[in-house]
Design a protein around this ligand. Structure first.
Ligand SMILES: Cc1ncc(COP(=O)(O)O)c(C=O)c1O
Length: 366
């Protein structure tokens, strides 16, 4: 029997009760809204967790990269959405290979990507469904007007090798409702229907419903993190994932150093407040600064005489951004707390490891 407290550090650990609770809660919300669930697997990159999401009721999954889709197709997932433009010959070859064995849907926002996908699929005798991405104001990608959506939908409807499926946006914003209505009217004039409207973002599922989406893509909800908590979209107790680190120095007054830094937690969501990680065992202590392999805990809020971490002590840190952190870890340890959970969140030694999952889609940036 292995315990979290016995793990070498840094180690990514997941509280299985919380993970299961997060999966069940979102599924129940989407069911009550009548929205299909298509979780984004970028948060965990682990097929076993994807299977838990499908077992709970997800209709399919979302993968940001073909490399993730290949891993998940190998693991038995057969309905995969890639929600961004795929461009370039090597990508076309891999998309076609995937489309031969699973149902592939790709979101595009322009004629070049649509034409290339159609040509590759037509030549290979396969069909891929295309959704048109709408810019929700993030200015990352997406058509700007319903008129643009109309001409692109016409192009797709006229191209062999692809099928027009509908629309996609991220994150869903209320204005998407008006966009969808206008686009629906315009496309109806050409006899083209919007069957699928895919919205996304943890905490945005009610907005997806209001905007007329048919499905919702959440990713971070499975683990949750400090960014989701700060946005008011989860409780701290819903954060299922943390990184176990060891305190390696207490020499600098007011600070403690742990053996994980930006190569353990990522630093892509640093906060001006300096609150860059929540220490479960000491809620008043936070991860403030990171060098590559070390993190500095800020102890300024610890009361005089109150306990402080000692050198050699292990603590769990909930990161700002779960998905980026996942990409840095080879394995994840799933544990369950045996007996009562201490109110202060401290490690009791009764956190028993049930499963060790490799993270096969980590690093799949192509
Ligand atoms: C296209 C797309 N869909 C869905 C998601 C999931 O969003 P979240 O992690 O907020 O649930 C993301 C996140 O980056 C995304 O880029």
């Amino acid at each position: 029997m292995q315990r979290v407290a016995d793990l070498d550090t840094p180690s990514m650990v997941v509280d299985l009760d919380r993970l299961e609770g997060n999966i069940a809660r979102l599924q129940a919300s989407l069911d009550s809204l009548g929205l299909a669930n298509r979780p984004h697997i970028k948060t965990h990159k682990i097929p076993a967790i994807g299977h838990m999401q499908v077992a709970a009721g997800a209709v399919g999954i979302t993968c940001q990269k073909l490399g993730e889709a290949e891993i998940f197709a190998d693991a038995g997932f057969h309905d995969i959405l890639i929600p961004y433009n795929l461009v370039g010959a090597p990508k076309m070859e891999r998309l076609v290979r995937l489309a031969r064995r699973v149902k592939m849907t790709v979101a595009i926002d322009g004629g070049v990507a649509a034409q290339a996908i159609a040509a590759a699929c037509d030549a290979a005798g396969v069909e891929v469904t295309l959704l048109i991405e709408i810019d929700t104001g993030m200015h990352r990608a997406g058509v700007q007007t319903p008129g643009e959506a109309q001409s692109l939908a016409r192009q797709i409807a006229d191209s062999p090798g692809v099928r027009f499926g509908g629309l996609m946006c991220f994150p869903t914003k209320p204005a998407m409702g008006d966009f969808r209505s206008e686009a629906t009217d315009l496309l109806a004039r050409d006899g083209i229907a919007i069957d699928q409207f895919s919205g996304g973002g943890t905490g945005s599922h009610a907005v997806s419903k209001a905007a007329g989406c048919t499905e919702h893509r959440s990713g971070t909800y499975a683990y949750n993190d400090l960014s989701v908590w700060r946005a008011g979209n989860c409780e701290l107790d819903h954060c299922a994932m943390s990184v176990l680190v060891t305190v390696v120095s207490t020499s600098c007054p007011g600070f403690s150093t742990v053996d994980g830094g930006s190569k353990t937690f990522t630093n892509d969501a640093l906060q001006a407040s300096g609150m860059n990680g929540h220490v479960r065992e000491y809620p008043e202590i936070y991860l403030e600064k990171m060098s590559e392999e070390h993190g500095v805990l800020n102890l300024s809020r610890v009361a005089e005489g109150a306990p402080r971490p000692r050198v050699g002590e292990k603590v769990r840190v909930v990161p700002n951004h779960a998905c980026g952190t996942t990409n840095l870890h080879d394995v994840v340890y799933g544990y369950r707390v045996r007996g009562a959970r201490p109110a202060d969140g401290s490690l009791t030694g009764d956190e028993i490891i049930e499963v060790e999952w490799p993270v096969p889609a980590r690093g799949k940036i192509r």
